[in-house]
Design a protein. Structure first.
Length: 116
């Protein structure tokens, strides 16, 4: 059974940085991309960033230039480096393993809180 475990969330002041990690329990050969989503209170879950097997990346407009997604296949781990954080980035962040755009596996989520 595949498990995705996020870490690295926390409380940070506006302008600060955090690095999220998402470790998979096994190598996930069935997926084609790794992604990060977030869900703020009262809002729908939204796609923040994704990276394909070919290491192509895509970002939500709201985080372009501030967030960077990467992956280490040897460690079955994906990362989300978040810089210049804003209070509106406050949310629960989820990592996902996707196949052709469809999330197949989800992590449990990690809280990111950005204070003004």
């Amino acid at each position: 059974q595949v498990q995705l475990v996020e870490s690295g969330g926390g409380l940070v002041q506006a302008g600060g940085s955090l690095r999220l990690s998402c470790a998979a329990s096994v190598s996930i050969s069935s997926i084609t991309s790794r992604a990060w989503y977030r869900q703020a209170p009262g809002k729908q879950r939204e796609l923040v960033a994704l990276i394909t097997d070919g290491r192509n990346t895509n970002y939500a407009d709201s985080v372009k230039g501030r967030f960077t997604i990467s992956r280490d296949n040897a460690r079955n781990t994906a990362y989300l480096q978040m810089n210049s954080l804003k209070p509106e980035d406050t949310a629960v962040y989820y990592c996902a393993g996707r196949k052709y755009g469809v999330p197949l596996y989800w992590g449990q989520g990690t809280q990111v809180t950005v204070s003004a």
